[in-house]
Design a protein around this ligand. Structure first.
Ligand code: ADP
Length: 494
């Protein structure tokens, strides 16, 4: 570890939270062949830790442990599970500075944003601690007088949760919170780029009294770990956030053992600014929807559609706002744009920007790598983008705001829906009738009206079309981890 990395790690208030082993059956373990993977700080290239490069054997053991623990955990009362989750929530909150530091170190987002992720991520644990006590079944009026019909809701069983690097904590708590709340046990496979936050959170879960084996963490060889989870008949559910390509593989791989599947996949969010929008609200909302996490979220505005009458004014105002975004190491006060996760991410952004400019788009701001080097990219605005350009067809996952001019509401809806993705969409307008019309016409799972940041633990998050299956958060989010059982009690008058 370099001295810079050591100095950063020394800022942890509780150094015990820096774990560099996997968690299987409540024990911190190395990979069985001793191989490791490096975890790097994307802002500096420093190696922060080496974590075990695990594969099939370690995952098989984690599955056995989760399977054995399922019987005891699912039999605890809802109130007991709720208390453990609440304690976990309290521990996450009391360690929020440390968790945020780990997020910034391994993922790159600014510390303030990382703190926001910790609060957001913790909120799922709190919400599902409460929801654990509200998993009600039904009594159905019987079809004959000597019968009684019941619907029970029971935990689905062992869950494999595969998560990405862009929200190292929140993508885990959204899955593990509802799973543990209803009595499932879990094997988490965090991204190899960001395992340290996951391991720290798992350590806090153990401290909270969540029993050994209820929450396991393995990382390393993603396809091997994935195959082990998919092939096991003991794993009854796969929950995944990540790329559409990997999501499709996991869905296909789940077919053989007919697992329940929920997927949060890529988006291609349109952000539609109408002539009748409040300019300040539209700029603030678009800025937040586009540049949060340096554009690396699946709900980030990918295409900013701007009506002709407001195009120039909006482009100028957005440019002024984006010019002020300070780029740098997320640990530095005032920085609001961190690095991209890796070199491949920067190359993708470069490719999309070159494609757009070669087809007639103009660079209004930025448009190249940042002078800071590493994987920093300048916050960028492209003008006169059209639907044929790569930047409109696919997720750029970087700090690039493409502006697409349009004339009518019908045209905007058509452009917005002309994609296989359907996760988030945003509209900016002062008209209430238009807000309703356009919200209903958009083929998306989430719509923000005059708001650029809309995710919350109390509302259902998930996509339409190829953006995924199922919902996370809210009262709906727990259904993904429950199986319905119909019980018919007969011959009651015998
Ligand atoms: P991203 O591009 O956001 O990293 P990925 O879909 O590649 O999205 O990764 C999301 C998660 O899926 C990560 O934890 C990654 O390691 C994991 N992953 C990638 N390939 C596979 C696979 N074949 N089987 C299981 N998990 C995988």
């Amino acid at each position: 570890m370099s001295t810079d990395a050591q100095a950063a790690i020394a800022r942890l208030r509780d150094s015990g939270l820096l774990k560099s082993k996997g968690l299987v059956g409540g024990k911190w373990v190395d990979s069985y062949d001793g191989k490791t993977v490096q975890v790097q700080n994307p802002a500096t290239g420093d190696v922060i830790a080496n974590v075990p490069c695990m594969g099939k054997r370690e995952t098989d053991d984690a599955i056995s442990s989760a399977y054995n623990t399922f019987y005891s955990w699912s039999k605890r009362t809802a109130s007991e599970r709720s208390k453990c989750l609440r304690k976990w929530y309290d521990l996450i909150v009391s360690h929020k500075e440390d968790l945020a530091l780990l997020i910034t170190l391994e993922q790159g987002k600014p510390l303030k944003e990382a703190l926001g992720e910790v609060s957001y991520g913790a909120a799922f644990i709190e919400f599902f601690a409460e929801e654990a006590k509200r998993i009600y079944g039904d009594i159905i009026p019987p079809t004959s007088s000597d019968r009684r019909l019941f619907v029970l809701k029971q935990p689905v069983g062992v869950v494999g949760a595969i998560t990405p690097w862009n929200f190292p904590l929140a993508m885990i708590t959204r899955k593990v919170g509802p799973a543990l709340a209803c009595g499932c046990t879990v094997i988490v496979k965090p991204s190899e780029y960001t395992p340290l936050t996951a391991l720290a959170a798992a350590d806090l879960a153990l401290q909270a009294g969540i029993p050994p084996g209820a929450l396991n963490v393995v990382m390393g060889n993603a396809p091997d770990i994935g195959d082990s989870l998919l092939q096991s008949t003991q794993v009854r559910k796969i929950t995944f956030t990540g790329s559409t390509a990997v999501g499709k593989k996991l869905m296909a791989g789940s077919a053989n053992t007919v697992k329940k599947v929920s997927l949060e996949l890529g988006g291609n969010a349109p952000c539609i600014v109408f002539d009748d929008a409040d300019l300040d609200v539209a700029v603030k909302g678009s800025l937040a929807a586009k540049f949060r996490n340096s554009g690396q979220t699946c709900v980030c505005a990918n295409r900013i559609l701007v009506q002709e009458g407001i195009y120039d004014e909006f482009a100028n105002a957005l440019t002024k706002a984006v010019q002020n975004l300070q780029v740098g190491n997320g640990l530095v006060e005032g920085v609001v744009q961190g690095p991209l996760i890796n070199e491949a991410a920067v190359e993708k952004v470069e490719k999309f920007v070159n494609d757009a400019t070669s087809k007639g788009a103009n660079v209004i701001l930025g448009g190249k790598r940042h002078s800071l080097g590493m994987t920093f990219y300048e916050p960028t605005i492209l003008g006169n983008v059209n639907s044929e350009m790569l930047v409109s067809r696919e997720e750029v996952f970087g700090p690039v705001a493409p502006l697409l001019p349009f004339k009518t509401e019908e045209e905007a809806i058509k452009i917005a829906n002309d994609t296989n993705a359907g996760l988030a969409a945003y509209i900016f307008t002062k008209s209430i009738p238009r807000s309703w019309r356009v919200s209903e016409a958009l083929e998306y799972g989430l719509v923000g009206v005059n708001e650029g940041l809309i995710s919350t633990e109390v509302a259902p998050f998930g996509g339409a079309k190829q953006s995924g299956l199922g919902r996370e958060g809210s009262k709906y989010g727990i259904d993904e981890y429950l199986e319905l059982k119909y019980v018919c009690m007969g011959n009651l008058e015998a």
